[in-house]
Design a protein around this ligand. Structure first.
Ligand code: CAA
Length: 384
């Protein structure tokens, strides 16, 4: 693994950083405060190629690698964590599985408009009674001639209220456990599909999630993604990539909070000098900088492994997400502490960073599930 970024990767990083600084960060507080969906910014992401970063140009993408995608995710999320997750879901959870498992016709009809950002995607795995134990879903799909008929519901679907396409997981063989799960591509204007009202969340207010419902929702048979009964593997493999995106989102949030704490600690005077000169604050800053860097290295390793095509990176992605999300929790709280009272108010962005960081420990697999994934691999290494 080369720790030096290629020219291409640096170019995308700079493009995303400049865009985030000029266009995204100045609007983030208002988008959060008023819970506004960032229509214009999502359009600008598409113009910059950031809705299909690692998708080949012939399918509407920007043709970069997954490390470049992680770099861009960090920058966009440092500007606005909500915009970060909108981008992450479209890239990692929708475009990536379509790219890896889609037929030529599916790539032409569904991947191309999603990767170019003309359309927006969402990912339907979680259900009210099936979150961490993803293989126990109740949504079913039954074959009827040359169609599939889907019935059931999904919840906490990020991008749900605005998506044009959903990748949905449903049981096609009810008695087969996770081996009965299949994945389907469903345009959201299909009769029988409906969205609930947006969830009221602690953070990432500008990114909308909702429940979605399938009532005798009929789709053509050729909208099955991958093989029938192999959908659980599609979901898990997709999350191996998605967790890199969420780790990069957490990294961006932490970095934004850290940079504000660093600047504030130099400006704010107490007891005869800037608080940065107090060892209690300086050591906090040292820990924050070190943890941010450690998270970035784990993320870059996981993204680099994903770019090695045939290498499985389940554990490395889980480690990156586990460490980056818990790091973002610690770093944003320390940034708030350094700001003191003002940090607890909405006059200061750090309060938003604290709220936005929290979800990264939950979605695309909780920290507990990340520990299950990592320890399962570790325990396999030990033994006679
Ligand atoms: N890649 C490919 N296949 C995989 C895999 C992976 N990473 N992990 C497991 N599999 C396969 C296994 O090989 C096995 O296949 P076979 O049956 O052919 O042998 C099968 O899947 C079952 O594996 P397990 O027995 O390990 O599965 P499990 O039922 O014990 O579950 C789990 C494992 C890790 C707990 C999994 O259920 C999981 O990741 N849960 C968390 C779900 C999650 O992350 N949800 C997030 C929702 S999306 C979201 O949050 C989006 C958003 O809002 C932004």
């Amino acid at each position: 693994m080369d720790l030096l970024l290629s020219e291409e990767q640096q170019l995308l990083q700079k493009t995303a950083r400049d865009f985030a600084a000029k266009e995204v960060a100045p609007r983030a507080a208002k988008l959060d405060e008023e819970s506004l969906w960032p229509t214009e910014l999502v359009g600008q992401l598409a113009e910059l190629g950031l809705m299909g970063v690692a998708v080949e140009p012939e399918y509407g993408g920007a043709g970069f690698d997954n490390l470049a995608y992680a770099l861009a995710m960090e920058e966009i999320s440092a500007g606005c964590a909500s915009l970060g997750v909108i981008m992450s879901v479209n890239n990692s959870l929708v475009c990536d599985p379509l790219r890896r498992h889609g037929s030529e016709a599916q790539k032409r009809d569904f991947l191309t408009p999603l990767a170019s950002g003309q359309k927006l995607g969402c990912f339907g795995l979680t259900e009210p009674m099936s979150g961490s134990d993803a293989g126990t879903m109740a949504t079913v799909a039954e074959r009827d001639g040359d169609q599939w008929v889907i019935n059931g519901s999904k919840n906490f679907i990020t991008n749900g209220p605005h998506a044009d396409t959903i990748l949905v997981f449903a049981m096609t063989r009810k008695d087969a456990g996770h081996r009965g799960v299949s994945c389907f591509i469903v345009p959201t204007d299909t009769p029988g599909f409906a969205c609930g009202s947006p969830d009221k969340k602690l953070g990432i207010h500008a990114a909308k999630s909702c429940s979605v419902f399938f009532e005798n929702c009929r789709i053509p048979a050729d909208q099955l993604l991958g093989e029938e009964g192999r959908g659980f593997g599609v979901a898990m493999g997709t999350l191996d990539g998605g967790r890199i995106g969420i780790a990069a989102q957490a990294l961006g949030i932490a970095r934004a909070a850290y940079e504000k704490a660093l600047a504030y600690s130099k400006e704010r005077h107490a007891f005869g000098g800037p608080i940065a000169e107090k060892q209690g604050i300086a050591f906090m800053l040292a820990d924050m900088a070190t943890e941010i860097d450690a998270a970035r290295l784990l993320i870059h390793r996981a993204a680099w492994l994903k770019d090695q095509k045939s290498v499985r990176h389940t554990t490395e992605s889980a480690m990156a997400k586990l460490f980056a999300s818990e790091m973002a929790h610690r770093v944003t709280h320390r940034a708030l502490q350094i700001h003191g009272g003002i940090g607890y108010t909405r006059e200061c962005d750090v309060e938003r960073h604290v709220r936005d960081a929290r979800i990264t420990e939950i979605y695309e697999g909780t920290s507990e599930i990340m520990r299950v994934v990592i320890s399962t691999q570790e325990l396999r290494k030990v033994g006679p």
